[in-house]
Design a protein around this ligand. Sequence first.
Ligand code: ZN
Length: 176
Amino acid sequence: MSDTEKCIICGGVAETLIDRSNLYNYCFYNCPNCGDFYVSQKFYHKEPQALEEVRRHAAVISGYIREMNEMGHHGKCLTNTSWVSILDDKLVPKTLDEKAIKLLQYVARHMGRTSEPVNLYHGERPAICYGSSKDEVLLLIGMMAENGYLKPQGDGFYILTEKGREFLENKETAAM
Ligand SMILES: [Zn+2]
């Protein structure tokens, strides 16, 4: 049996699909913002305070799960102990600049070789760049467009410019 309710992490999106029947001890979530993940039943039912903590760090947790999904690691599992380690993971951006790079990486990844414009959902899916709100995502999109790294294509779609690609490559080389 599947049903829909708000995502337990980001809380935002109503069309989140939840399957409680597949695996006895876990709920499977498919959130348009976070992506696919599991939550142990024990965590869900017995750890309301820890779940509160997860929600407090929603930007980091949903951003991380999203990035894992993007990298092909679907079905990350949240338990009352596993979620804490996400906060210190080296993938997690600490500054606005680092979030901007996540945004450019997202666009680069989704443009692929086809160079098709990428939907940034008018900021409605903040997990794509670990955004803490729609406004923060819109700010980042605006900054990157102003710098000439992203170019709007209408209706929330963007492409990464040549300048953006070079900027990203320099940042990625510097990070190695
Ligand atoms: Zn979510």
